[in-house]
Design a protein around this ligand. Structure first.
Ligand code: SF4
Length: 60
């Protein structure tokens, strides 16, 4: 799903959990899996996605 990093940081990450097994929020560009849609645009308002599931349809 394409979205700005500032919005992604309020979505649950499927990999990150707390000690009591609750999901944690996405780290955005602080995570190795975060991808920006346009590589030259890297602001928190520029769209990107979690690369875990490959490119979203809107990014093809
Ligand atoms: S980009 Fe990283 S922190 Fe964000 S959802 Fe994907 S794996 Fe989790």
């Amino acid at each position: 799903m394409l979205m700005p990093e500032k919005e992604a940081k309020f979505k649950n990450c499927p990999l990150l959990t707390t000690k009591d097994d609750k999901f944690r929020f996405c780290l955005g560009s602080g995570c190795m899996m975060w991808r920006y849609l346009e590589t030259e645009k890297r602001d928190d308002t520029d769209k990107g996605y979690c690369g875990l599931a490959g490119k979203p349809v809107g990014a093809l």
